[in-house]
Ligand binder design. Structure first.
Ligand SMILES: Cc1ncc(COP(=O)(O)O)c(C=O)c1O
Length: 441
């Protein structure tokens, strides 16, 4: 076991007291596997945290990292540019839905969300519609942990302690998960389209002239892979267009191939006005995120009347468009295309679907959902102790050969695109064993 002193480090989104009594340490990672400090291999069931689609230590990424650190490790983000960062913006514009081709870089998913909200506000303000200040999020959404993100987010534990500083005027659409209507759906449920009409109710309540944007994850990831009902995203698009409201897709998880397409927007055939991204863009190797804007949104801000030496948007970070991160972003986007890995994710989708739905009928399994290379299984809670059952599943997985991700009493999976069909089947066998064991604890 590790000799590391565990006292000083405060782990995020982790029960620290428990962790420090039961530490789980990994020492290296290669391909789809981690190595633990006691010499075991763990299959990476969630591609890191949805962010390592190529698997770990991909040779193109390693090479790009070494080359870039020798060439240009850092250059100021404001007032000067570097070739690598412009190239990645161009590559992202090439693979984004038609019409979205202006890219603002940040360092994380949380920053990408706050940036998108600021762009939406600024867009309306320069068009003379500064009264549009409201943001509409959705129940059970995760948009990171900035004050913007938790305000439009819909996870009560992340919100309740910080409510006093949240954005004013935010409202929420209902989430779309209804087990009575859609339990064990494979892919998109065919019930629930009407839930998008709730946006009309919010427009009637607040008036469109006060609403800046609607933000949704095309597939809600962090609260357990909630797949949008058929037609739902199309309906949201129609209502936003009708009322001049910007539609933001938070593609921090779904961007860069997770649904077998470059972005969820293309998979669903729905084009938003802004896309937020992070995670997969650098294969998780270095933090990077961003916002892809519809050209007209960018042009509107550029056409504002301020003198030319004044920035059009008072926003940005020391590490926006960091040359190391964008070099690795280029290597990642190249590897996804050249090695056919986005296509491979599409091919693995039915394998994952068949495997995960084989858990139907297992004692304690309440629902199973899947879309693209994303899947989730809900397990029966232990009375009075929500989250403990799935936590036990996680412990059993870790003690054997699988690093699962749990949220509440849900186990979420999003394996690397380099996985083999056999590995996906073994992952589900591992989950079956861990679920059974969790009911014997
Ligand atoms: C949809 C979505 N948005 C935003 C975030 C926040 O990203 P980060 O943790 O990089 O700030 C996440 C993280 O999981 C996410 O899934």
């Amino acid at each position: 076991m590790s000799q590391t002193n565990l006292e000083s480090y405060w782990l995020p989104f982790t029960p620290n007291r428990y962790f420090k009594r039961h530490p789980k340490m990994v020492v290296s990672a290669k391909g789809a596997y981690y190595q633990t400090d006691d010499g075991r291999q763990l299959f990476d069931c969630l591609s890191g945290m949805w962010c390592c689609p190529l698997g770990h230590s991909h040779p193109k990424v390693v090479e790009a990292f070494k080359r870039q650190v020798d060439t240009l490790d850092y250059a100021p983000a404001f007032q000067v540019g570097n070739d690598t960062t412009f190239k990645l913006a161009e590559r992202i514009a090439d693979i984004a839905p038609a019409g979205l081709d202006r890219v603002f870089f940040v360092n994380s998913g949380s920053e990408s969300v706050d940036t998108a909200l600021k762009i939406a506000l600024s867009y309306h303000r320069v068009r003379g519609e500064g009264g549009r200040f409201r943001m509409i999020g959705r129940e059970r959404a995760y948009h990171g942990v900035g004050f913007g993100g938790i305000s439009v987010g819909g996870m009560v534990a992340n919100r309740k302690g910080f409510a006093t500083l949240m954005l004013p005027g935010v409202d929420h659409l209902p989430h779309t998960w209804n087990p009575a209507q859609m339990a064990f759906s494979q892919g998109q449920p065919d019930w629930g389209l009407h839930l998008a009409d709730d946006l009309e109710r919010l427009v009637a309540l607040h008036d469109a002239s006060t609403i800046a944007a609607v933000i949704v994850e095309p597939v809600q990831g962090s609260t357990g892979v909630l797949v949008p009902p058929l037609g739902y995203l199309q309906r949201l698009r129609e209502i936003c267009t009708k009322h001049g409201i910007l539609l933001i897709f938070d593609e921090v998880i779904t961007g860069f191939g997770r649904l077998g397409s470059n972005f969820a927007a293309q998979r669903f055939g729905v084009v938003p006005d802004l896309i937020t991204f992070a995670k997969g863009v650098t294969n998780g190797t270095i933090p990077l995120g961003g916002v892809i804007a519809r050209r007209e949104v960018y042009e509107t801000l550029m056409a504002a009347t301020a003198p030319e030496h004044v920035p059009e948007l008072f926003h940005g970070y020391t590490y926006s468009g960091h040359s190391m991160a964008t070099a690795i972003g280029l290597a990642t986007v190249d590897a996804l295309a050249e090695e056919g890995l986005t296509q491979r994710a599409a091919e693995l989708e039915p394998v994952l679907q068949n495997a995960v739905h084989s858990l139907k009928g297992e004692a304690g399994v309440l629902d199973i959902r899947n879309f693209g290379l994303m899947a989730a299984v809900d397990v029966e809670s232990i009375a009075g102790k929500p989250g403990l059952r799935a936590f036990r599943v996680f412990e059993h997985g870790f003690a054997n050969a699988h690093l699962f991700r749990v949220t509440g009493d849900t186990i979420a999976m999003g394996p690397p695109f380099i996985s083999t069909p056999a590995e996906l089947e073994q992952m589900i066998d591992g989950l079956r064993a861990a679920i059974r064991a969790s009911f014997k604890d």
